[in-house]
Design a protein around this ligand. Structure first.
Ligand SMILES: [Zn+2]
Length: 467
Protein backbone atom coordinates (compact mmCIF):
# COMPACT_ATOMS: atom_id res chain seq x y z
CA UNK A 1 0.00 0.00 0.00
CA UNK A 2 1.34 3.33 -0.91
CA UNK A 3 1.80 6.04 1.66
CA UNK A 4 -0.88 8.02 -0.11
CA UNK A 5 -3.39 5.16 0.25
CA UNK A 6 -2.61 4.78 4.00
CA UNK A 7 -3.10 8.47 4.58
CA UNK A 8 -6.36 8.32 2.64
CA UNK A 9 -7.63 5.37 4.74
CA UNK A 10 -6.82 7.08 8.03
CA UNK A 11 -8.37 10.25 6.69
CA UNK A 12 -11.60 8.45 5.94
CA UNK A 13 -11.71 6.16 8.98
CA UNK A 14 -10.85 8.65 11.73
CA UNK A 15 -14.12 10.60 11.54
CA UNK A 16 -16.00 7.27 11.39
CA UNK A 17 -14.22 5.99 14.52
CA UNK A 18 -14.80 9.29 16.28
CA UNK A 19 -18.45 9.18 15.30
CA UNK A 20 -18.85 5.63 16.66
CA UNK A 21 -17.05 6.46 19.90
CA UNK A 22 -19.17 9.58 20.33
CA UNK A 23 -22.39 7.68 19.65
CA UNK A 24 -21.58 4.87 22.08
CA UNK A 25 -20.59 7.45 24.66
CA UNK A 26 -23.99 9.03 24.27
CA UNK A 27 -26.03 5.83 24.03
CA UNK A 28 -29.07 6.12 26.27
CA UNK A 29 -30.33 2.59 26.76
CA UNK A 30 -32.67 3.31 29.69
CA UNK A 31 -36.18 4.64 28.99
CA UNK A 32 -37.71 7.13 31.43
CA UNK A 33 -39.65 5.74 34.41
CA UNK A 34 -42.98 6.92 35.83
CA UNK A 35 -43.61 6.27 39.52
CA UNK A 36 -47.00 6.95 41.14
CA UNK A 37 -46.11 8.13 44.62
CA UNK A 38 -49.64 9.04 45.66
CA UNK A 39 -52.53 7.73 43.59
CA UNK A 40 -55.66 6.86 45.59
CA UNK A 41 -58.20 4.99 43.46
CA UNK A 42 -61.06 7.10 44.85
CA UNK A 43 -60.45 10.82 44.59
CA UNK A 44 -62.24 13.98 45.67
CA UNK A 45 -61.68 17.68 44.99
CA UNK A 46 -59.07 17.88 47.78
CA UNK A 47 -57.18 14.74 46.74
CA UNK A 48 -53.65 14.93 45.45
CA UNK A 49 -51.91 12.74 42.89
CA UNK A 50 -48.11 12.69 43.04
CA UNK A 51 -45.79 11.44 40.31
CA UNK A 52 -42.07 10.99 40.10
CA UNK A 53 -40.63 10.93 36.56
CA UNK A 54 -36.99 9.99 36.08
CA UNK A 55 -34.50 9.31 33.33
CA UNK A 56 -31.15 7.68 34.09
CA UNK A 57 -29.66 8.46 30.68
CA UNK A 58 -29.29 11.86 29.07
CA UNK A 59 -32.37 13.23 30.72
CA UNK A 60 -35.95 14.13 29.87
CA UNK A 61 -36.91 15.84 26.63
CA UNK A 62 -40.66 16.18 26.82
CA UNK A 63 -43.50 15.43 29.23
CA UNK A 64 -47.27 15.59 28.99
CA UNK A 65 -49.93 14.76 31.60
CA UNK A 66 -53.61 14.78 30.69
CA UNK A 67 -57.01 13.92 32.17
CA UNK A 68 -59.12 11.81 29.81
CA UNK A 69 -62.82 11.10 30.04
CA UNK A 70 -64.96 9.60 27.27
CA UNK A 71 -62.99 11.15 24.43
CA UNK A 72 -62.37 14.50 26.14
CA UNK A 73 -58.70 15.13 26.71
CA UNK A 74 -57.49 17.92 28.97
CA UNK A 75 -53.75 18.56 29.16
CA UNK A 76 -52.65 19.48 32.69
CA UNK A 77 -48.89 19.61 32.26
CA UNK A 78 -46.89 19.99 29.03
CA UNK A 79 -43.17 20.65 29.34
CA UNK A 80 -40.16 20.53 26.97
CA UNK A 81 -36.63 20.45 28.34
CA UNK A 82 -33.47 21.71 26.65
CA UNK A 83 -31.07 19.20 25.13
CA UNK A 84 -27.84 19.02 27.12
CA UNK A 85 -24.34 19.17 25.69
CA UNK A 86 -23.00 15.73 24.86
CA UNK A 87 -20.91 15.51 28.03
CA UNK A 88 -23.76 16.61 30.25
CA UNK A 89 -27.02 15.20 31.61
CA UNK A 90 -30.23 17.13 31.13
CA UNK A 91 -33.28 17.18 33.41
CA UNK A 92 -33.18 13.72 35.05
CA UNK A 93 -35.99 14.07 37.58
CA UNK A 94 -39.36 15.79 37.70
CA UNK A 95 -41.76 15.59 40.67
CA UNK A 96 -45.38 16.49 40.00
CA UNK A 97 -48.06 17.15 42.59
CA UNK A 98 -51.46 17.46 40.97
CA UNK A 99 -54.38 18.80 42.92
CA UNK A 100 -57.56 17.17 41.61
CA UNK A 101 -59.68 20.24 42.33
CA UNK A 102 -57.51 22.70 40.43
CA UNK A 103 -56.39 20.43 37.57
CA UNK A 104 -59.80 19.10 36.41
CA UNK A 105 -61.63 21.64 34.23
CA UNK A 106 -65.19 22.44 35.22
CA UNK A 107 -66.49 21.32 31.82
CA UNK A 108 -65.78 17.66 32.59
CA UNK A 109 -66.18 17.84 36.37
CA UNK A 110 -68.70 15.18 37.38
CA UNK A 111 -68.58 11.93 39.32
CA UNK A 112 -67.27 8.76 37.71
CA UNK A 113 -64.16 7.28 36.15
CA UNK A 114 -61.28 9.38 34.80
CA UNK A 115 -57.99 8.36 33.24
CA UNK A 116 -54.76 10.20 33.89
CA UNK A 117 -52.34 9.76 30.99
CA UNK A 118 -48.62 10.37 31.28
CA UNK A 119 -46.41 10.58 28.18
CA UNK A 120 -42.71 11.13 28.58
CA UNK A 121 -39.80 11.08 26.12
CA UNK A 122 -36.08 11.23 26.85
CA UNK A 123 -33.29 13.03 24.97
CA UNK A 124 -32.28 11.40 21.72
CA UNK A 125 -29.20 9.34 20.90
CA UNK A 126 -27.49 9.27 17.55
CA UNK A 127 -29.54 12.34 16.71
CA UNK A 128 -32.65 10.25 16.09
CA UNK A 129 -33.13 7.44 18.64
CA UNK A 130 -35.28 8.33 21.67
CA UNK A 131 -37.31 6.38 24.26
CA UNK A 132 -40.96 7.21 24.81
CA UNK A 133 -43.03 5.89 27.70
CA UNK A 134 -46.82 5.96 28.05
CA UNK A 135 -48.62 5.24 31.32
CA UNK A 136 -52.21 5.64 32.44
CA UNK A 137 -54.24 5.06 35.57
CA UNK A 138 -57.93 5.20 36.26
CA UNK A 139 -59.43 7.19 39.12
CA UNK A 140 -62.95 7.33 40.47
CA UNK A 141 -64.09 10.85 41.25
CA UNK A 142 -66.47 11.02 44.23
CA UNK A 143 -68.05 14.39 45.01
CA UNK A 144 -70.85 13.21 47.33
CA UNK A 145 -70.18 13.65 51.07
CA UNK A 146 -71.33 10.86 53.43
CA UNK A 147 -74.82 11.08 54.93
CA UNK A 148 -75.30 11.59 58.68
CA UNK A 149 -78.38 10.91 60.78
CA UNK A 150 -78.46 11.65 64.50
CA UNK A 151 -80.16 8.88 66.51
CA UNK A 152 -80.02 10.15 70.12
CA UNK A 153 -82.19 13.19 70.69
CA UNK A 154 -81.12 14.97 73.90
CA UNK A 155 -77.63 16.19 74.71
CA UNK A 156 -76.98 18.20 77.86
CA UNK A 157 -73.40 19.21 78.49
CA UNK A 158 -71.63 21.34 81.08
CA UNK A 159 -68.32 23.17 80.82
CA UNK A 160 -65.67 20.57 81.64
CA UNK A 161 -68.31 17.88 81.17
CA UNK A 162 -68.91 14.88 78.92
CA UNK A 163 -71.77 13.60 76.80
CA UNK A 164 -72.52 10.77 74.34
CA UNK A 165 -74.23 10.85 70.97
CA UNK A 166 -75.48 8.10 68.69
CA UNK A 167 -75.60 8.63 64.96
CA UNK A 168 -75.71 6.72 61.71
CA UNK A 169 -73.47 7.36 58.71
CA UNK A 170 -73.61 6.03 55.14
CA UNK A 171 -71.44 3.07 54.15
CA UNK A 172 -68.74 5.10 52.37
CA UNK A 173 -67.71 6.80 55.67
CA UNK A 174 -64.12 6.14 56.74
CA UNK A 175 -63.98 8.47 59.78
CA UNK A 176 -66.61 10.27 61.84
CA UNK A 177 -67.24 11.81 65.22
CA UNK A 178 -68.10 15.06 66.97
CA UNK A 179 -66.31 18.37 66.69
CA UNK A 180 -66.50 20.79 69.62
CA UNK A 181 -64.71 24.03 68.72
CA UNK A 182 -61.19 22.97 67.79
CA UNK A 183 -61.47 19.60 69.55
CA UNK A 184 -62.11 16.59 67.36
CA UNK A 185 -63.66 13.46 68.94
CA UNK A 186 -63.72 10.16 67.08
CA UNK A 187 -66.85 8.05 66.94
CA UNK A 188 -66.77 4.23 67.13
CA UNK A 189 -69.04 1.71 65.38
CA UNK A 190 -71.68 0.01 67.53
CA UNK A 191 -71.81 -3.56 66.22
CA UNK A 192 -75.22 -5.17 66.13
CA UNK A 193 -76.96 -1.78 66.21
CA UNK A 194 -77.55 -1.58 62.47
CA UNK A 195 -75.21 -0.73 59.61
CA UNK A 196 -73.32 2.52 60.13
CA UNK A 197 -74.44 3.17 63.74
CA UNK A 198 -71.75 4.90 65.78
CA UNK A 199 -71.33 6.18 69.33
CA UNK A 200 -69.12 9.13 70.20
CA UNK A 201 -68.18 10.35 73.66
CA UNK A 202 -67.33 14.04 73.51
CA UNK A 203 -66.56 16.89 75.90
CA UNK A 204 -66.87 20.63 76.29
CA UNK A 205 -63.51 21.66 77.78
CA UNK A 206 -63.52 23.68 81.01
CA UNK A 207 -62.23 26.72 79.08
CA UNK A 208 -64.65 26.46 76.12
CA UNK A 209 -67.73 28.72 76.10
CA UNK A 210 -71.17 27.06 76.23
CA UNK A 211 -71.86 28.69 72.83
CA UNK A 212 -68.98 26.74 71.23
CA UNK A 213 -70.03 25.19 67.89
CA UNK A 214 -70.68 21.42 68.06
CA UNK A 215 -71.59 19.09 65.24
CA UNK A 216 -71.33 15.52 64.01
CA UNK A 217 -68.88 15.12 61.13
CA UNK A 218 -68.20 12.29 58.67
CA UNK A 219 -65.58 11.87 55.97
CA UNK A 220 -65.30 9.43 53.04
CA UNK A 221 -62.23 7.98 51.30
CA UNK A 222 -62.23 10.81 48.74
CA UNK A 223 -61.98 13.37 51.56
CA UNK A 224 -65.58 14.63 51.15
CA UNK A 225 -66.77 15.91 54.52
CA UNK A 226 -70.24 16.42 55.83
CA UNK A 227 -71.34 17.91 59.12
CA UNK A 228 -74.67 18.25 60.84
CA UNK A 229 -75.77 20.00 63.99
CA UNK A 230 -77.67 18.20 66.76
CA UNK A 231 -80.00 19.14 69.60
CA UNK A 232 -78.00 20.27 72.64
CA UNK A 233 -77.99 22.48 75.71
CA UNK A 234 -74.65 23.66 77.11
CA UNK A 235 -74.27 25.16 80.57
CA UNK A 236 -71.59 27.34 82.16
CA UNK A 237 -69.85 26.15 85.32
CA UNK A 238 -68.21 28.41 87.87
CA UNK A 239 -64.90 26.87 88.88
CA UNK A 240 -63.10 27.64 92.13
CA UNK A 241 -60.20 30.03 92.62
CA UNK A 242 -57.38 29.02 94.94
CA UNK A 243 -54.18 30.67 96.11
CA UNK A 244 -51.11 28.50 96.55
CA UNK A 245 -48.19 29.65 98.70
CA UNK A 246 -44.91 28.24 97.41
CA UNK A 247 -42.27 27.72 100.06
CA UNK A 248 -38.56 27.44 99.43
CA UNK A 249 -38.46 24.03 101.10
CA UNK A 250 -41.33 22.73 98.93
CA UNK A 251 -39.64 23.92 95.71
CA UNK A 252 -36.28 22.49 96.80
CA UNK A 253 -37.95 19.18 97.51
CA UNK A 254 -39.78 18.66 94.19
CA UNK A 255 -37.43 20.20 91.58
CA UNK A 256 -34.42 17.80 91.85
CA UNK A 257 -36.64 14.71 91.64
CA UNK A 258 -38.40 15.92 88.49
CA UNK A 259 -35.08 16.95 86.87
CA UNK A 260 -33.71 13.47 87.56
CA UNK A 261 -36.65 11.83 85.76
CA UNK A 262 -37.13 14.16 82.77
CA UNK A 263 -35.25 16.13 80.07
CA UNK A 264 -35.69 19.38 82.06
CA UNK A 265 -32.52 21.12 83.18
CA UNK A 266 -31.82 23.51 86.04
CA UNK A 267 -32.51 27.14 85.05
CA UNK A 268 -31.07 30.33 86.54
CA UNK A 269 -32.77 29.71 89.86
CA UNK A 270 -34.69 26.87 91.49
CA UNK A 271 -37.85 29.03 91.38
CA UNK A 272 -37.42 29.60 87.63
CA UNK A 273 -36.98 25.87 87.12
CA UNK A 274 -40.08 25.22 89.21
CA UNK A 275 -42.08 27.60 86.99
CA UNK A 276 -40.76 25.84 83.85
CA UNK A 277 -41.96 22.55 85.30
CA UNK A 278 -45.32 24.02 86.33
CA UNK A 279 -45.90 25.54 82.87
CA UNK A 280 -43.96 23.92 80.04
CA UNK A 281 -43.60 20.41 81.48
CA UNK A 282 -47.30 20.41 82.44
CA UNK A 283 -48.17 21.12 78.79
CA UNK A 284 -45.77 18.43 77.49
CA UNK A 285 -47.30 15.89 79.90
CA UNK A 286 -50.84 16.78 78.79
CA UNK A 287 -49.83 16.20 75.16
CA UNK A 288 -48.38 12.77 76.12
CA UNK A 289 -51.66 11.90 77.85
CA UNK A 290 -53.64 13.07 74.82
CA UNK A 291 -51.52 10.85 72.55
CA UNK A 292 -52.21 7.81 74.78
CA UNK A 293 -55.97 8.52 74.98
CA UNK A 294 -56.15 8.59 71.17
CA UNK A 295 -54.99 4.93 71.11
CA UNK A 296 -58.01 3.85 73.18
CA UNK A 297 -59.85 0.63 72.25
CA UNK A 298 -63.04 0.91 70.19
CA UNK A 299 -65.58 -0.36 72.71
CA UNK A 300 -66.60 0.22 76.34
CA UNK A 301 -64.62 -1.88 78.81
CA UNK A 302 -66.53 -0.80 81.92
CA UNK A 303 -69.94 -0.68 83.57
CA UNK A 304 -71.70 1.47 86.17
CA UNK A 305 -70.37 4.54 87.93
CA UNK A 306 -66.65 5.22 88.39
CA UNK A 307 -65.24 4.97 91.93
CA UNK A 308 -63.92 7.87 93.91
CA UNK A 309 -60.97 6.68 96.01
CA UNK A 310 -62.45 5.02 99.13
CA UNK A 311 -62.68 7.21 102.26
CA UNK A 312 -60.85 10.05 100.56
CA UNK A 313 -61.06 13.73 101.27
CA UNK A 314 -61.15 16.25 98.39
CA UNK A 315 -58.23 18.68 98.66
CA UNK A 316 -58.45 20.19 95.18
CA UNK A 317 -61.24 19.96 92.62
CA UNK A 318 -61.45 19.86 88.84
CA UNK A 319 -60.51 23.11 87.07
CA UNK A 320 -59.52 24.95 90.27
CA UNK A 321 -57.95 28.15 89.04
CA UNK A 322 -54.69 28.40 90.97
CA UNK A 323 -52.65 31.52 91.58
CA UNK A 324 -49.15 30.79 92.89
CA UNK A 325 -47.37 33.11 95.34
CA UNK A 326 -43.72 33.02 96.33
CA UNK A 327 -42.55 35.32 99.14
CA UNK A 328 -45.86 37.24 98.71
CA UNK A 329 -45.14 37.78 94.99
CA UNK A 330 -47.60 36.45 92.40
CA UNK A 331 -45.42 34.15 90.23
CA UNK A 332 -47.75 31.87 88.22
CA UNK A 333 -51.30 30.82 87.29
CA UNK A 334 -52.41 27.32 86.27
CA UNK A 335 -55.61 25.31 86.11
CA UNK A 336 -55.71 22.12 88.16
CA UNK A 337 -57.29 19.53 85.86
CA UNK A 338 -58.30 16.78 88.25
CA UNK A 339 -59.07 15.95 91.86
CA UNK A 340 -56.56 15.76 94.69
CA UNK A 341 -57.76 13.06 97.05
CA UNK A 342 -56.15 12.39 100.43
CA UNK A 343 -56.49 9.27 102.56
CA UNK A 344 -53.60 7.95 104.62
CA UNK A 345 -49.91 7.97 103.70
CA UNK A 346 -49.19 5.18 101.19
CA UNK A 347 -52.90 4.35 101.00
CA UNK A 348 -54.13 1.83 98.43
CA UNK A 349 -55.11 3.35 95.06
CA UNK A 350 -58.02 1.57 93.36
CA UNK A 351 -58.92 1.55 89.68
CA UNK A 352 -62.07 3.66 89.21
CA UNK A 353 -63.53 1.15 86.77
CA UNK A 354 -62.68 -1.84 84.54
CA UNK A 355 -60.09 -1.25 81.85
CA UNK A 356 -56.59 -1.89 80.60
CA UNK A 357 -53.40 -0.35 82.04
CA UNK A 358 -51.90 1.67 79.17
CA UNK A 359 -49.18 3.51 81.10
CA UNK A 360 -47.31 2.68 84.33
CA UNK A 361 -44.25 4.89 84.73
CA UNK A 362 -42.97 8.32 85.75
CA UNK A 363 -44.91 11.09 83.95
CA UNK A 364 -43.38 14.51 84.66
CA UNK A 365 -45.48 16.67 87.00
CA UNK A 366 -47.67 13.65 87.88
CA UNK A 367 -44.68 11.62 89.16
CA UNK A 368 -45.26 7.85 89.24
CA UNK A 369 -48.45 7.49 87.23
CA UNK A 370 -50.88 4.82 86.07
CA UNK A 371 -53.22 5.42 83.11
CA UNK A 372 -56.18 3.06 82.63
CA UNK A 373 -57.97 2.88 79.27
CA UNK A 374 -61.75 2.39 79.58
CA UNK A 375 -62.45 2.38 75.83
CA UNK A 376 -64.03 4.84 73.35
CA UNK A 377 -61.31 7.39 74.13
CA UNK A 378 -61.87 7.55 77.91
CA UNK A 379 -58.91 7.08 80.27
CA UNK A 380 -58.35 7.67 84.00
CA UNK A 381 -55.11 8.95 85.56
CA UNK A 382 -53.62 8.16 88.98
CA UNK A 383 -50.68 10.41 89.86
CA UNK A 384 -48.03 11.09 92.57
CA UNK A 385 -47.89 7.36 93.49
CA UNK A 386 -45.20 6.14 95.87
CA UNK A 387 -45.33 2.72 94.20
CA UNK A 388 -46.88 1.17 91.10
CA UNK A 389 -48.24 -2.38 91.41
CA UNK A 390 -49.48 -3.02 87.85
CA UNK A 391 -47.91 -3.33 84.40
CA UNK A 392 -48.75 -1.89 81.00
CA UNK A 393 -51.15 -4.13 79.08
CA UNK A 394 -52.68 -5.62 82.22
CA UNK A 395 -56.48 -5.97 82.38
CA UNK A 396 -57.96 -4.34 85.50
CA UNK A 397 -61.32 -4.64 87.26
CA UNK A 398 -63.08 -1.88 89.20
CA UNK A 399 -61.48 -1.52 92.64
CA UNK A 400 -58.27 -3.40 91.79
CA UNK A 401 -55.16 -1.98 93.49
CA UNK A 402 -52.95 -0.02 91.05
CA UNK A 403 -50.38 1.21 93.60
CA UNK A 404 -49.97 3.36 96.72
CA UNK A 405 -50.47 7.09 97.22
CA UNK A 406 -47.38 9.24 97.59
CA UNK A 407 -45.90 12.61 96.67
CA UNK A 408 -43.77 11.95 93.56
CA UNK A 409 -43.80 14.67 90.88
CA UNK A 410 -45.27 18.10 91.61
CA UNK A 411 -46.85 17.30 94.98
CA UNK A 412 -46.51 18.95 98.37
CA UNK A 413 -47.87 16.06 100.42
CA UNK A 414 -49.04 12.44 100.19
CA UNK A 415 -52.22 12.32 98.07
CA UNK A 416 -53.72 10.89 94.87
CA UNK A 417 -54.15 13.11 91.83
CA UNK A 418 -57.10 11.64 89.88
CA UNK A 419 -58.04 12.82 86.39
CA UNK A 420 -60.33 11.62 83.64
CA UNK A 421 -59.42 12.35 80.03
CA UNK A 422 -61.65 12.01 77.00
CA UNK A 423 -59.68 11.90 73.73
CA UNK A 424 -57.13 14.36 75.06
CA UNK A 425 -59.59 16.68 76.86
CA UNK A 426 -59.55 16.69 80.67
CA UNK A 427 -63.10 16.20 81.92
CA UNK A 428 -64.78 16.57 85.30
CA UNK A 429 -64.69 13.22 87.21
CA UNK A 430 -67.72 14.34 89.31
CA UNK A 431 -70.04 13.30 86.46
CA UNK A 432 -68.40 9.89 86.05
CA UNK A 433 -68.64 9.25 89.84
CA UNK A 434 -72.42 9.80 89.63
CA UNK A 435 -74.33 6.62 88.73
CA UNK A 436 -77.46 8.50 87.65
CA UNK A 437 -75.47 10.73 85.32
CA UNK A 438 -73.57 7.77 83.82
CA UNK A 439 -76.86 5.96 83.19
CA UNK A 440 -78.65 8.92 81.65
CA UNK A 441 -75.86 10.43 79.61
CA UNK A 442 -73.73 7.47 78.55
CA UNK A 443 -75.18 3.98 79.08
CA UNK A 444 -78.82 5.00 78.56
CA UNK A 445 -77.95 6.25 75.06
CA UNK A 446 -77.30 2.66 73.99
CA UNK A 447 -80.98 1.85 74.51
CA UNK A 448 -82.00 4.48 71.97
CA UNK A 449 -80.12 2.60 69.30
CA UNK A 450 -81.77 -0.72 70.11
CA UNK A 451 -83.88 -1.36 67.04
CA UNK A 452 -85.62 -4.37 68.62
CA UNK A 453 -86.61 -2.09 71.51
CA UNK A 454 -84.91 -4.12 74.23
CA UNK A 455 -85.29 -2.30 77.48
CA UNK A 456 -82.60 -4.04 79.48
CA UNK A 457 -80.68 -1.30 81.25
CA UNK A 458 -78.63 -4.01 82.94
CA UNK A 459 -77.21 -5.04 79.57
CA UNK A 460 -76.62 -1.53 78.28
CA UNK A 461 -72.86 -1.70 78.68
CA UNK A 462 -72.72 -5.02 76.82
CA UNK A 463 -74.22 -3.36 73.76
CA UNK A 464 -70.99 -1.46 73.28
CA UNK A 465 -68.86 -4.56 73.44
CA UNK A 466 -68.50 -6.49 70.18
CA UNK A 467 -67.00 -9.55 71.90
ZN1 LIG B 1 -53.43 17.42 91.65
Amino acid sequence: MTLFMKKLLIGISSPLVLFLVYSLWNWDSSPPTVQWREAPSVIGMDSQISLEIQDQGKGLQWLEVAWVRSGDRHVVVSETYEAPWSWQQGMTQRSLDLSVGSSLPESILSEGEFLLEVRVRDQSDLWFWENEVFEQRSFNLDLTPPRIQTLSDQHYIRQGGSEAILYKVSEDTVASGVQVGEHLFRGYPLPGRGQGTHVCLFALAHDQAPATAMYVWAEDAAGNRNQTSFWKRAFPVKFRKRNIQLSESMINAVVPEILAHTDMTLGESVLETFLEINGRLREINHRQIEEISRQSVGHLLWSGAFLQLSNSQVESAFADHRTYYYKSQKVDQQTHLGFDLATVAHGAVESANDGIVVFADYLGIYGNTVLVDHGLGLISLYGHLSSIEVQEGQGITKGAILGRTGQTGLAAGDHLHFSMILQGVQVNPLEWWDERWVDQHILGKALVATEEGEESRRGAADLFDPS
